[in-house]
Design a protein around this ligand. Structure first.
Ligand SMILES: NC(=O)c1ccc[n+]([C@@H]2O[C@H](COP(=O)([O-])OP(=O)(O)OC[C@H]3O[C@@H](n4cnc5c(N)ncnc54)[C@H](O)[C@@H]3O)[C@@H](O)[C@H]2O)c1
Length: 339
């Protein structure tokens, strides 16, 4: 199978590429490296024991996209490319709408021009209305509360409309919960630019000594220990969900949406303890005020993915922490200064 992967050099993309290569897919990656490094692809080739084609380009550049798609002639596209920082999206909403929405429109147009009608899209749990009661099923009411989440909600709708307009089209929309962890080799992992926005990369940096202390936003939520509860999913499980979704999209038409999580909630303090165990050291933290826009609890109902895709998460929170720590301790500067 020929697969065209936008944003493939990023955190989730790189892990998915290794599994695609191991599954004998012919892969073309299209990435502008705005939040990633070509070094990740070098390592992916090694771990996947196969080559891939890498094209440097921006998904908003329709001409470059069309040329790359004409060369690749893919059977399907996995669309990871996008900006993803919730806080930054509130500061730079237009950059987010431009990149995530215009870029997705350009991609679908370019796919039409080469007759490629199958897509797997990276959506997010942030599309759910936070006032709804978890666990979230795919039928829960949507109501993103920040520009990032709204770009995902809009692009979901655009893809559903695109799929509805052509009977040969197939779209799998995956709503990820909280992806964490790294490849077992410790060679690829999450390498955020600047100060991490997400919990596990932040804890990793504190454990590694490059940040002093973890700030826990809110200790008075209605959860087991008062800290926010999330559905963390190992990035390797998330990668295998893409292969399952791709196989499903190859034999069906229409559009389907799937929650991708474990269905289990873990609080911030529970995650911290699990990471301390994995790293074998204590991690300083301080509980501060709640962060605007955060909810007490976000957990997936994953029964649809299990039923329809035959997919289920395999890894535990301990696996997530030990693999994240393995990546961090082997690559304290991420992909920077790599040989
Ligand atoms: N990591 C998460 O917590 C999470 C949760 C839910 C959904 N998602 C979504 O999953 C996708 C992948 O996330 P990730 O964590 O791997 O992020 P990432 O930033 O590591 O990867 C995104 C990749 O897209 C590339 N990219 C961004 N804009 C581009 C453009 N205009 N043209 C070409 N390439 C571009 C970046 O360089 C990067 O390689 C994103 O769409 C993100 O919104 C991520």
């Amino acid at each position: 199978m020929r697969v065209f992967v936008t944003g493939g050099a990023g955190f989730i993309g790189s892990h998915t590429l290794v599994q695609l290569l191991r599954d004998n897919a012919q892969v073309t990656v299209f990435d502008n490296y705005t939040n990633s490094s070509p070094e990740a692809l070098k390592r992916v080739r090694r771990l996947g024991q196969s080559d891939l084609t890498a094209v440097e380009g921006d998904i908003c550049d329709t001409g470059a996209l069309k040329t790359a798609l004409e060369e690749a002639r893919p059977d399907a596209v996995i669309h990871f490319a996008g900006l993803k920082a919730v806080g930054e999206s509130a500061e730079k909403p237009l950059a987010y709408y431009q990149n995530n929405i215009t870029g997705s429109l350009a991609l679908l147009e370019a796919m039409d021009s080469v007759g490629c009608r199958r897509i797997v899209f990276s959506s997010s749990a942030t599309v759910y209305d936070p006032h709804e009661q978890p666990p979230f099923t795919e039928e829960h009411r949507l109501g993103a509360i920040n520009p990032y989440g709204r770009t995902k909600q809009f692009v979901e709708d655009i893809i559903r409309d695109w799929a509805a307009a052509n009977t040969e089209t197939s779209a799998a929309i995956l709503r990820y919960f909280n992806p964490v962890g790294a490849h077992a080799s410790g060679d690829i992992g999450e390498d955020p630019v600047g100060i991490p926005n997400n919990l596990v990369p932040y804890i990793s940096r504190v454990a590694g000594g490059s940040l002093a202390q973890l700030q826990v936003f809110g200790g008075d939520y209605d959860t087991r220990d008062g800290t926010g509860e999330r559905d963390y999913i190992h990035v390797e499980d998330l990668a295998s969900a893409h292969l399952a979704a791709l196989k499903h999209a190859m034999k069906t038409t229409g559009s389907e949406t799937f929650n991708i999580g474990t269905g289990q909630g873990t609080t911030v303090l529970e995650m911290l303890k699990a990471f301390e165990k994995a790293a074998g050291r204590s991690i300083p933290y301080r509980i501060t005020d709640r962060r605007p826009g955060d909810v007490a609890k976000s957990v997936a109902d994953v029964s649809k993915a299990t039923r329809v895709l035959g997919w289920q998460a395999q890894y535990t929170v301990d696996d997530m922490c030990s693999s994240a720590w393995n990546w961090q301790s082997r690559n304290p500067n991420g992909y920077d200064n790599a040989e």
